[in-house]
Design a protein around this ligand. Structure first.
Ligand SMILES: [Zn+2]
Length: 201
């Protein structure tokens, strides 16, 4: 039997499920910073995709900073000593998210796989010829205007102010998909119970 591919976009982690739900306004006013290293989640619509540089980059394997890859040349990192360092593709996807006329920016690193449903290598491969032909790329484009549940970490050093806020989101899930998945689970459960009753009945 072929193993069913697990769709991580439908599987919120325990952290995600148990995080306190807040509003963007709670984040912006700085009232959450009194507690150290806390995770919060909020719902918001994606209002903008900063896709100028694409949702991934070549990262130094040691420090994750961007490196320039030139074919058939040794790659060096400005921050790590030594030429010819190891590098890898890494997701970096920036969204503007909006609710109640308030907005902030979020950056997704590994969490971008919750949007695409694939790891960065698969994404890079699927978009290598023509990105418009990639189903994953289309998923990204279509995510605009959709509501997501977004997990963020807010610690004591978190700065609030006039400058546009940018938070790193370690996890993100499309709300409608989560509800649909939950409902289909419930339906399956109801059907199972009904079948059982019919058999017993
Ligand atoms: Zn480095």
């Amino acid at each position: 039997m072929k193993a069913k591919k697990i769709d991580i976009s439908l599987m919120p982690s325990r952290l995600m499920r148990t995080a306190r739900k807040v509003k963007i306004s709670d984040i912006l006013d700085g009232s959450l910073t009194n507690v150290k290293d806390m995770y919060y989640k909020f719902n918001a619509k994606i209002s903008g995709i900063d896709n100028n540089n694409g949702p991934w980059y070549h990262a130094c394997k040691k420090c994750y900073r961007r490196v320039t890859v030139i074919e058939s040349a040794a790659i060096s990192c400005d921050y790590c000593s030594g030429e010819d360092i190891d590098y890898e593709e890494r997701y970096r996807l920036k969204f503007d998210v909006t609710t109640e006329e308030q907005s902030l920016s979020i950056t997704l690193f590994d969490a971008a796989q919750f949007v695409f449903g694939c790891d960065v290598k698969e994404y890079v491969c699927s978009t290598s010829v023509k990105k418009e032909d990639s189903g994953y790329y289309r998923k990204l484009v279509l995510s605009k205007g959709k509501e997501f549940s977004i997990l963020v970490k807010i610690d004591r050093n978190f700065a609030t102010g006039d400058s546009k806020m940018n938070l790193i989101a370690p996890e993100i899930h499309e709300v409608e998909k989560l509800i649909a998945a939950y409902e289909s689970d419930v339906e399956t459960l109801i059907k199972k119970t009904k079948d059982q009753e019919d058999q017993e009945g």
